[in-house]
Design a protein around this ligand. Structure first.
Ligand code: CP
Length: 366
């Protein structure tokens, strides 16, 4: 098994067994002390990270992860010490943007072994944002693997860490009851995290409930893929607007706010429309209805808006494990994309030995 040289734009790019292989790799990198430390497995490799928007976790976990594998990162903050990039094709560049993304992508592809892109939606037009032009341009014009660090549509690195964390906490992941719930928020936020969580959980056969007010549905095409995933995996997808009832019997609660397609680009109107849902904050009353459920959020989180301090700081909260697992799962992706077949074979052998060997003590990543 390998994902050598492949892009990671969305988790749809990978089959369930390839995701499983990445989780096993991540498990080794996290749990085997000699593999956790700097191994020079990616000695001489460079990851270029292009940030159009801010980040804490994505930036630091990839930087540290690449270092721990023996590689190097270069971080470019667009508009801050780096030329602002034009993404529209075929237009006369008479405005403020002095470099075309096509040229930047080709040049960075000559210098580095992989390129990561963070580019949030502009939140003016869903049809426009949905094109995900920045990352698609890098994919089109660079010859090296492209990693999505969160764009308008997807946040696959987050989804990998989320699924790994659920697997780590529960063991078997199939038919786990997971609730993705919309929450109140002072801003209309992108849909990348809920999209990717829905795609990932359905692909891995979790029973997914999405709770959102009417009018806050995720994109129809994404939902069609989520339903297809669930059908193939033998799991269920339930949509509800019952914020209290949705928590009943859930094993995982994933809280996240997102903007409405119905009010896209009309933030003041959307904020007015949200008024009836201002109390959609996850508190201990909601968590008490779950089956001793774990609480998840991708972070950053607005405390006492999205969820109460009581929930975020409770025993049920696994938000910091989730954040930590960004490091291990992304290291697995980097190693999978860039590592040599010899390293992949050695790690597969090691995984087998740890999980099945005489000294394996029954340890299992599952
Ligand atoms: N969850 C996440 O992607 O965090 P950052 O925005 O801080 O990178």
């Amino acid at each position: 098994m390998t994902i050598t040289g492949r892009d990671l734009i969305t988790i749809d790019y990978y089959k369930p067994e390839e995701l499983e292989w990445l989780f096993n790799l991540a498990w080794l990198l996290k749990n085997e002390p000699d593999l956790r430390k700097r191994q020079d497995m990616l000695d001489g490799f460079t990851l270029a990270m292009v940030f159009f928007n801010p980040s804490l976790r994505t930036r630091t976990s990839l930087d540290i992860g690449m270092y721990e594998l023996g590689g190097h990162t270069i971080t470019l903050n667009i508009g801050a010490g780096v030329w602002d990039l034009e993404v529209e094709e075929g237009i006369p560049m008479l405005g403020d943007k002095v470099e075309h993304i096509k040229d930047a992508a080709k040049v960075l592809g000559r210098y580095s072994d992989a390129i990561g892109i963070r580019s949030f939606p502009k939140m003016n037009s869903w049809a426009e944002d949905k094109k995900d032009l920045a990352i698609i341009s890098f994919q089109k014009y660079s010859d090296v693997p492209i990693i999505n660090l969160e764009t308008a549509l997807y946040h696959p690195c987050q989804a990998l860490a989320d699924a790994y964390t659920i697997r780590e906490k529960f063991g078997a992941i199939k038919n786990r009851k997971v609730l993705l719930t919309w929450t109140t928020h002072p801003k209309a936020l992108p849909m990348a995290v809920p999209n990717s969580f829905s795609l990932m959980s359905s692909k891995l056969g979790m029973d997914l409930t999405i709770c959102r007010p009417d009018g806050w549905d995720l994109d129809d095409e994404i939902m069609a893929r989520v339903r297809r995933n669930a059908k193939a995996a033998g799991s269920t997808v339930t949509i509800t607007n019952d914020f209290e009832g949705a928590f009943e019997g859930q094993e995982v609660v994933y809280a996240k706010s997102w903007g409405s397609k119905n009010y896209y680009g009309r933030t003041p109107e959307e904020l007015m429309a949200r008024q009836p849902y201002h109390n959609w904050t996850v508190g201990k009353e909601q968590m008490a209805r779950t089956a001793n459920g774990k609480f998840m959020h991708c972070l950053p989180v607005r405390r006492n808006v999205v969820a109460t301090d009581e929930v975020l700081d409770s025993e049920s909260s696994i938000i910091y494990d989730q954040a930590e697992n960004r490091l291990h799962t992304q290291k697995a992706v980097l190693l999978g994309m860039l590592g040599s077949p010899e390293i992949h074979a050695k790690l597969a052998e090691r995984f087998h030995k740890v999980t099945h060997g005489p000294e394996g003590l029954g340890v299992s990543a599952k």
